[in-house]
Design a protein around this ligand. Structure first.
Ligand code: ASP
Length: 598
């Protein structure tokens, strides 16, 4: 080794030791007589002093070095003089006095500072990702990611899981996204598909008798890059035989708790993790991935306003819809233009309008009800009792702004869900740097969603998800009402895992294929190998797949998954460092029997 010690591990007890260090110049300070170099390796930073009286040559060389030069330094550790101790860094009590300094490699001036985490344009960071990865923030994230994956391997190993790799060149998988295709050179016109997940393979491993499988699996989905997605991402893929929903959930919950406690200093918001049915999540939070760290839950006032003179409320309730509201604390003084913004947001989500009511006065004042003044878009059409009724139902206090949407429930809930998150953002209730980890489970999803365009049922998870045993008959009579044995794990309002108990009987699987409009021939062509395998003694089985990128992102307090992926693509699916995707040679295309059509 070109070094005997790691820079960041030197402490007061090393005083007097002769050490050899190697690393990068984090910063250099030339004080005329003395030159100070902060030398950095992965472990951290240590201060090196080059003193002309101790070694004139090293001192001369130290003058020449610049940031990011690679150095090897031999020297003696000594305590820093009283008053020069730096309590902000772990090595702050000592310094290394150089008696030999070798420049192992000079460096060009980097396009951005490595030594601090000041914001840099993301394009530049991704273009020079290897330099960006040198920065402390990224090193912290990469090491956390390593810890999380190691913890997963240790935990599942102890639970008797086997890690098995599955192919990347495979066949189209049914996660519902677009496949990445790889043309076959040997078989003209034939293609492999990159796996959207190892779903089929892990189920086949259950048929094969492995009972407990996992893999840190790369998945590929060619989706439009809306939101925070990557064309390739990593998930912990796991599957278990002879289990029920509770078993998979209990194992996953224990794993998540172990990860949080082993790898972070984060607090768990609630343990055991709260559970909500899909219906409950939608009615209380307006989303199937509720952020349960704060209140502002959706409250139904349909019964209070059913008879009201305010036509919209009355007619919506009359037509079987609902009127629901949220209570936004402390926002009663919102200006007209601030409220108009919210109205626009609601309309952008499909609402016809947004009714609002502001209760002036501050929540901390002990104001009697007469002093409270109401500003509202609709209160004048309501009776005093009705206004009082909704204020009471929402448990509103002076200073609150109440927002209402009236429509069919499947519209009211998501619109209010979006408003709830927007206002929580404004109130600083869902900061990504928050160190509280609020997990919750969402269960009892509908098995299918109706696809208006295709006029057929779409699986809401994937087509191997088993119906709830008690809903089996609904597959015939009312497929839309059938619930799946699906479970999603949500963390701080993000879906971090999804899984299900699978169908293991051929008859049920065929029924599902039928409902989603896969005819026998097509099903045979795409999933014939699965159907056939299921006839050879398939154990009841189920699994789950936590997304590692998203999980680590939240644990790291980062705003997007690119911050926890070493070499991510941009939101436009480009690799800015290597320049991918890129055109290829004509011969390569020919070999693959392909022609580019402009
Ligand atoms: N294959 C599923 C997914 O990637 C997870 C699972 O059902 O285990 O979302």
């Amino acid at each position: 080794m070109l070094k005997t010690e790691n820079c960041g591990e030197l402490r007061a007890e090393h005083a007097g030791h002769q050490v050899t260090l190697a690393g990068w110049v984090n910063r250099r300070r030339d004080h005329g007589g003395l030159v100070f170099i902060d030398l950095r390796d992965r472990s951290g930073i240590v201060q090196v002093v080059a003193n002309p009286d101790i070694d004139p040559e090293s001192h001369q060389a130290a003058h020449e070095v610049r940031n990011e030069y690679v150095l090897q330094i031999e020297g003696k550790v000594r305590p820093r003089p009283e008053g020069l101790i730096n309590p902000d860094i772990p090595t702050g009590e000592i310094e290394v006095v150089a008696d030999r300094l070798r420049i192992l490699n000079p460096a060009k001036t980097p396009p951005f500072y490595i030594y601090d985490d000041r914001p840099v344009d993301e394009g530049l960071r991704l273009q020079y990702r290897y330099l960006d990865l040198r920065r402390q923030r990224m090193q912290r994230n990469m090491l956390l990611r390593h810890d999380v994956v190691k913890t997963i391997r240790d935990f599942l190993g102890q639970q008797g899981f086997v890690e098995i790799e599955t192919p990347i060149l495979f066949k189209s998988t049914p996660e519902g996204a677009r496949d990445y295709l790889v043309p076959s050179r040997l078989y003209p016109g034939h293609f492999y598909a990159l796996p959207q997940s190892p779903q089929q393979l892990k189920q086949l491993l259950m048929v094969a008798g492995y009972e407990k499988y996992f893999q840190i699996a790369r998945c590929f989905r060619d989706e439009d890059q809306r939101g925070d997605r990557q064309p390739e991402f990593t998930q912990l893929d796991l599957e278990m035989s002879f289990v029920e929903r509770e078993d998979v959930m209990a194992l996953t919950e224990a794993l998540m708790i172990t990860i949080v406690k082993t790898c972070t200093i984060c607090e768990l918001y609630a343990e055991p993790f709260p559970r909500l049915t899909y219906h409950e999540a939608m009615t209380r939070f307006g989303t199937d991935r509720p952020d349960v760290r704060f209140g502002m839950e959706l409250t139904d006032v349909s019964d209070v306003v059913a008879e009201s003179e305010f036509r919209i409320f009355g007619s919506v309730v009359g037509a079987g819809g609902s009127v629901k509201g949220i209570r936004v604390p402390g926002c009663a003084d919102y200006s007209r233009s601030q409220i108009d913004e919210l109205v626009e947001l609601a309309q952008g989500e499909g609402a016809k309008g947004l009714a609002w009511l502001a209760l002036s006065g501050s929540a901390t004042e002990t104001s009697s009800s007469e002093e409270v003044e109401i500003r509202s878009s609709f209160a004048k059409y309501l009776s005093e009792a009705e206004v009082g009724g909704i204020i009471q139902r929402l448990e509103a206090e002076p200073g609150d702004l109440l927002l209402f949407v009236a429509d069919q429930s499947d519209l009211v809930n998501p619109v209010l869900g979006t408003l709830r998150l927007e206002l929580a953002d404004r109130l600083g209730l869902r900061d990504h740097t928050d160190r509280t980890m609020a997990f919750c489970w969402v269960t009892d999803f509908p098995l299918f969603e109706w696809d208006e365009e295709g006029e057929r049922w779409d699986p809401s998870h994937h087509l191997f998800t088993s119906p709830m045993p008690e809903d089996l008959a609904l597959l015939e009579s009312d497929p839309g009402a059938a619930r799946g044995q699906q479970y999603d794990l949500v963390l701080n309002g993000e879906e971090v895992a999804g899984g299900s108990i699978r169908i293991h009987q051929r008859g049920v699987q065929e029924k599902v294929f039928d409902l989603i409009g896969l005819d026998v021939e097509e099903a045979q062509q795409r999933f014939g190998h699965m159907l056939e395998a299921f006839e050879f003694g398939t154990p009841p089985h189920g699994g789950i797949a936590p997304g590692i990128d998203r999980l680590v992102m939240i644990l790291a307090g980062e705003p997007n998954i690119r911050e926890v992926i070493a070499f991510p693509k941009t939101q436009q699916a480009k690799d800015l460092m290597a320049g991918a995707p890129s055109p290829v040679e004509e011969e390569q295309l020919e070999e693959l029997h392909l022609k580019v059509v402009e």
